[in-house]
Design a protein around this ligand. Sequence first.
Ligand SMILES: [Zn+2]
Length: 243
Amino acid sequence: MNKGICHFCGLEKELIKSHIMPKCFYKLDEYGPITLYKPNSKESFIGKYQNGLTEPLLCASCDTRIGKYDGYANKLFYKKLPELKPVVKDGKILYLFTPKNFDYQKLRLFFVSLVWRASISSERFSLGKKYEPMALKFLKQGFMENDNLFFPIIFRKNTGTGLDFMSSMYGRKLYGQKACVFRSPNYEFIIVTNLEKCTDNNAIAEIKTRCSEKCLIVEEQNTLDRYDFKLKNVLLQCTATKN
Ligand SMILES: [Zn+2]
């Protein structure tokens, strides 16, 4: 056991090995030890993790407190969504949730907890001095005060390639704004730090319709996007170097 200051309660306690990305999202039972793509890391790009990526960040009670959002999101994306019948709109395959079948605040707090954990970990992604304390504040009070912050854009990946099953976490820019991307089997979650600061107003308006008190829209992607191609190339290079 590790003694240290818990990032959540601020007290000196025994710290447990917290999962930065929830363990249930790796789907270890189905896919075995994961390959985690870490593009910004100084260490090797690909690591094998039996148990997911962990670090001593929180005391047991704070880890449990945040963990309730993990369980909720896991159920929503891996149980409820596959049971939905997708709709096709403007050539896009969409999964729609209404307030009847999703809890907006719980879902938003799940994404806040994801980026916050990534930010306080030793991984290269950081929310910075302004946004990291805000994320912690939202988690402590249990509701979002500003819907533009830590905004999630969610894709269900069904491209028929190995990229659909990767687990990964990395920072990127989206419309000029910082975002943290989490990938787990069948999903890509892009969490934009501050949607209001994005440079494209039309894009912001469209993105906002995807997650609100009124509905949640998850788009299915059947083809690789520009970023997927980039990932694919890096992964191929890593494999080549390792062999
Ligand atoms: Zn604590």
